[in-house]
Design a protein around this ligand. Structure first.
Ligand code: SAM
Ligand code: SF4
Length: 469
């Protein structure tokens, strides 16, 4: 049994990690033919992509996917720790599974993802959720087949969580959820240690994949007919720093842009690491989508300092306007936290004024959530929850106003849309524009998912646009 340990998770040193090729233990290949599985994924795109690897690992064992946990022989929760409500959702699901297990004794229940890396969570599972068969950490997901096999064969709870990242595994199998848009990890972990954030503890230090491995994966995706690649990392701008002296996200984006792939996206970018070279490359190549997620978190330099964000309101705005000037037609989205410990009304008003200046194309807004083990958890928090909720509501009114205003400006314009699906209504389709807006549209022609078509925008809504092709 390996239980998580925050002290170790916080450690950053120059220890080498190796690049390893994943290989499957032949003895358990197809051993569970006839059994079914269900994965419940919480949280970010990283987790969604991890679930694509988990699906493939389970199918190699012989499991087949079902569309409800009630029908499954194995239920796996791929969890998120970023805010308390993500925790509550996963524990709520564990509660439902506890009841199910009373009726279905052979049900296998596993928990993986970020919550598995938290000491408090593992203690709670050991105490109150003894029916859970296994807990697997984020650093050793490649061990999933053997852990499941051990949990079933030994009929005992398996806890395998490494607090320090191990080797970087290549060649994990994958079953992608979308046949046209593919997630590609370029960097794991985070070294920024923003004071509110749990990610550096749950995902370990920044580890970049070798550029050759990334380019090879993209070549294969192109051969398989993918139209869009989304480069993933908690902080993609740090790409390459741990591996190369002179090769960064700008260079990687440029190499990918020269390939025959119509759409490239990347997320998430920390404003601190955004170089001029990256801006230049994004502006230069039409297949790098002009859409940047640039979380600001707060408009107050005082709060940004307490958050450990390494930039000020002024330097964020400078970067924001530089991007707007140098990347033609760029849309910029953001994340904002309200109610950080010590946030005064005056700080909040600075956030509101920054939002009014930036008029973001999209924004994810959150109330600060205390995460055990992070420095912000120890800060005195004197703002009552009702006041934080009221600030969030005021903020949402303003961000929503600009989403709609930005959308209204597109009425009468023609946008390129990657068709993702056909709605239940006749001749109705949906897809995403280059600026990552959701477009619902009609077409008299029969369209196929994966096509990129021109759509004339006719109506603006807050979170989507309607049009005609
Ligand atoms: N790495 C990205 C960055 O730094 O911009 C963000 C990654 S995090 C998964 C996504 C967002 O969750 C953050 O940008 C932040 O707004 C929010 N978040 C993280 N920790 C939080 C906390 N303790 N309470 C509320 N929101 C939080
Ligand atoms: Fe969390 Fe900050 Fe790292 Fe983003 S950059 S994952 S907010 S610590």
């Amino acid at each position: 049994m390996h239980k998580p340990d925050y002290k170790e998770a916080r450690t950053r040193d120059k220890r080498d990690y190796k690049r390893m090729d994943f290989s499957f233990d032949k003895d358990i290949l197809n051993k569970y033919c006839g059994k079914t599985y269900y994965i419940k994924t919480y949280g970010c795109q990283m987790n969604e992509h991890d679930s694509e690897n988990i699906s493939a690992l389970l199918e190699k064992l012989g499991f087949k996917k079902v569309d409800s946990y009630l029908k499954a022989d194995l239920v796996l929760l791929n969890t998120c720790s970023i805010r308390e409500n993500a925790h509550n959702k996963a524990f709520g699901m564990l509660g439902r599974l506890k009841h199910l297990k009373n009726e279905k004794k052979d049900l296998i229940v596993g928990l993986c993802g970020c919550m598995a890396q938290e000491t408090g969570v593992v203690e709670r599972i050991l105490k109150d959720y003894k029916f859970v068969n296994f807990v697997l950490g984020t650093h050793n997901m490649y061990q999933l087949p053997e852990i499941i096999d051990k949990a079933i064969v030994d009929n005992s709870m398996q806890i395998e969580v490494f607090s320090r990242e191990g080797d970087l595994y290549e060649g994990l199998p994958v079953i992608r959820a979308n046949p046209y848009k593919a997630y590609v990890n370029i960097i794991y972990g985070c070294d920024k240690f923003c004071t509110y954030c749990i990610v550096p503890y749950t995902r370990g230090r920044e580890r970049s994949r070798k550029k050759e491995d990334i380019l090879l994966e993209i070549d294969q995706l192109i051969k398989d007919g993918y139209k869009e690649v989304i480069l993933l990392g908690q902080n993609v701008n740090a790409y390459g720093k741990d591996l190369y002296d002179d090769y960064n996200l700008g260079d990687l984006l440029e190499e990918i842009a020269l390939k025959d792939i119509p759409r490239i996206r990347f997320m998430t970018s920390h404003p601190w690491d955004f170089t001029d070279k990256m801006i230049e490359v994004i502006g230069k190549y039409p297949n790098i989508m002009p859409s940047v997620h640039l979380p600001v978190q707060s408009g107050s330099s005082r709060i940004l300092k307490l958050m450990g964000r390494r930039y000020t309101r002024e330097s964020y705005l400078e970067l924001f306007h530089k991007m707007k000037n140098k990347i033609p037609g760029v849309s910029i989205s953001t994340d904002i936290i309200v109610g950080f410990p010590g946030e005064e009304e005056a700080d909040f008003l600075e956030t509101m004024s920054l939002v009014k200046e930036c008029q973001f194309d999209n924004a994810f807004t959150f109330i600060f959530s205390k995460r055990e083990g992070t420095p912000a958890c120890r800060l005195e928090d004197f703002v009552p929850l009702e006041e934080k909720e009221e600030r969030l509501q005021r903020l949402n009114e303003v961000v929503n106003y600009y989403f709609l205003e930005n959308h209204k400006r597109l009425i009468g314009k023609t946008l390129k849309v990657l068709v993702e699906g056909i709605s239940s209504k006749k001749n109705q389709y949906y897809g995403y524009s280059e600026n990552n807006q959701l477009i619902n549209f009609t077409s008299q022609k029969k369209l196929k998912a994966g096509e990129i078509v021109d759509v004339m925008i006719e109506e603006a809504k807050t979170w989507s646009l309607d049009g005609r092709s």
